[in-house]
Structures are given as C-alpha cells and as structure tokens.
Write a protein of this length. Structure first.
Length: 239
C-alpha cells in the first residue's frame, strides 16, 4: 500500500493495482503530458504534444507492468521501468541538434521529455502527490523561467556571438573595435560550414571588461551597435 496523501483522499483502490486505478493513472498520464506537450508545441519545438504523450504513456505502462510482475512473479526489481528510463535518455540525447552556426537546439525540450518520462513512472507507481508537485515544477521551469533566464544572460559579463564578415581581412578590425569598446575576445573559432560561401564566419566568445558597459548596456544593445559596422554581413548572439 502506498502512503500518498492524494491516494488517501481517493480511497484505498487508488493505491492498489486494479482496473480503476490503472484507468486513472493512464488518464492522468495523458492529461499531464498533453499539457507539457502543448507548451512545447506552442513554442514551435519539434517534440510536441504526441511525443510527450507517448513517452509518458510508455513510462506509466512500464511501471504498471513492473508492479504487476513484482506482485505476481516476485522479480524483486523494476526491470522494465529501468529499461524505459534508459530508452528515453537515448531518445532525448539523439534529439539534441547542432545547427550550422554551432548552436545547440532542442536541449531544454530533450530534458523536458526525459523529465516527463520520470513523471510517467511516478504516475504508474501511484505517487499522485509527487506527480502533481513534479508536474507543476516542470511546467513552471518550461514556461515561466525562460524569460528570467534570458534576462540573466542578457546582463552577464560573458556571451558568445555568431559573426559573418565580408572578408577575412576584417577580423583584425573587428577585434580592435571590441577592445576599444571595453571588451575582450576570449576565444575565436572558425566555422567551416560556411567555407564555400565567400564569407568568413566565426564563433566568438566575448567578455565585458568596462564597468560602464556592464552597467548600462545589454548584449542586445552591444550587438546592435556592432551590426552598424560596414564589414559585418551578419551578427547575432548564440543561445
């Protein structure tokens, strides 16, 4: 019997493995994962509604099957649940992509998918309270905190840019301008994906040294100022 506050309110049947508790857990799994999937879909991420629902459903079903086997066969270990966690981890790792500008794409959605799978295991085990707390925390992390995270990043003393110069000869000019503005270049990496484009493309790590620049200028404002240089074809902050 699971000692869960919500399960106590629902009754003993909710903690046991029976037809009604299985239906409840599956429906709860689909509802919560659908909400998470809608949040990702609304931001045009590749892993959306159906992906989150299928992952959560697989995790819930794995836990239910493990509980059934442990009660009926006494296996002594959650084998299928452990395998499902490993499987979800592999899927999420493979969904992380690097684009031509050396930027990581899909990292938050991937770990969100993995976390959704863990929530599915909690639902399958009948830990309703843990499930709801974890769900609310995950939903807040995905939908509320990104704006706060962007604010902190925009005020950080360190940032990376994707820089496209019209000619390689202008790289020294750019570095000189950065220094004159009160910043320093920590690292420069040439991007070979643009090798035949006629442009000189770099990923550059920059630190802000000037106290006045730190106080009054955001990354966006610095990049807008640099964008006005004639020899720059394109410039943007790497996220």
């Amino acid at each position: 019997m699971i000692n869960d506050p919500i399960a106590k309110l629902l009754g003993a049947w909710a903690s046991e493995l029976n037809l009604y508790s299985v239906i409840l857990r599956v429906l709860l799994c689909l509802l919560l994962s659908a909400i998470l999937g809608c949040e990702r879909s609304s931001k045009r991420h590749s892993a959306g509604l159906r992906t989150f629902m299928v992952v959560a459903l697989a995790s819930t079903a794995s836990m239910l099957l493990d509980i059934y086997l442990m009660q009926g066969v006494a296996t002594g270990f959650y084998l299928i649940s452990a395998a499902s966690v490993i499987g979800i981890a592999i899927i999420t790792v493979n969904s992380i992509l690097y684009n031509s500008r050396s930027q990581i794409r899909g990292l938050t959605t991937s770990v969100g998918l993995w976390a959704c799978g863990i929530i599915g295991l909690c639902i399958g085990a009948g830990f309703y309270t843990v499930t709801l707390v974890a769900f609310i925390a995950l939903l807040c992390a995905l939908s509320i905190f990104p704006s706060f995270e962007r604010y902190l990043k925009n005020r950080s003393n360190h940032f990376e840019i994707h820089l496209e110069l019209k000619n390689i000869a202008y790289l020294q000019n750019f570095v000189t301008t950065i220094r004159e503005l009160g910043m320093r270049v920590d690292d420069i990496e040439s991007n070979t994906a643009y090798q035949n484009s006629g442009l000189s493309v770099y990923s550059i790590a920059i630190s802000i040294d000037s106290k006045e620049l730190k106080k009054y200028k955001t990354h966006k404002e610095i990049i807008e100022a640099l964008r006005s240089l004639d020899y720059i074809y394109h410039i943007e902050e790497m996220r």
